[in-house]
Design a protein around this ligand. Sequence first.
Ligand code: CA
Length: 224
Amino acid sequence: MKILIVEDEEKLARFVELELMHEGYETSKAFDGRTGLDLAVSGEFDLVLLDIMLPGINGIEVLRRIRKTSDIPVILLTARDSVMDKVSGLDTGADDYITKPFEIEELLARIRASLRKKSSSPASLSAQLSCGMLKMDTASHIVNYGNDTVELTNKEFKLLQKLLENKSIVLSREVLLEDVWGFDYMGETNIVDVYIRYIRSKIDDIYNVKIIHTVRGVGYVIRE
Ligand code: CA
């Protein structure tokens, strides 16, 4: 996967580039709008990170011109509080935006989501699971509570997925252990309880809801 970074703050561009390379992406950088546009429509890239405030042509205009010929995923890098930029950016056809300064983990998650959305868009294989305000897209590996994205580790995601696939059905620790950690798991048997606690701390505790219920002596169940 090849990502184009269009950002005139060279330090930031370099930092993002290093992080992306570390994740196994190929990258190129452009420091102005004109160069960014030429590269973005070259067909060489899978995704563009596009700053809005750029010398030459600004990011919104670059995006407008990209969209005349290309549906390449574009994530805008916007300055804090520039609501207008976000609105016109999304209207112009940006796939997503992220506000500077951002956590690199969040940027990486959005890149993965945009790339997955693209690769699965015509014939989507995604399964949408939900429980009330909690929604999970198993293809893009994204969990939302309302409009918020919930960041889960791989194991937390699998555990939550298993519970959502069996909504209102009580699953024993043994079943969860086998399904999520595998038959030959040799570690602590209370690992399920530990991970249930992690998930609760990221969803139940944050949104003040009770989604995962403990059924004493039996196991766990998810229900509205
Ligand atoms: Ca800039």
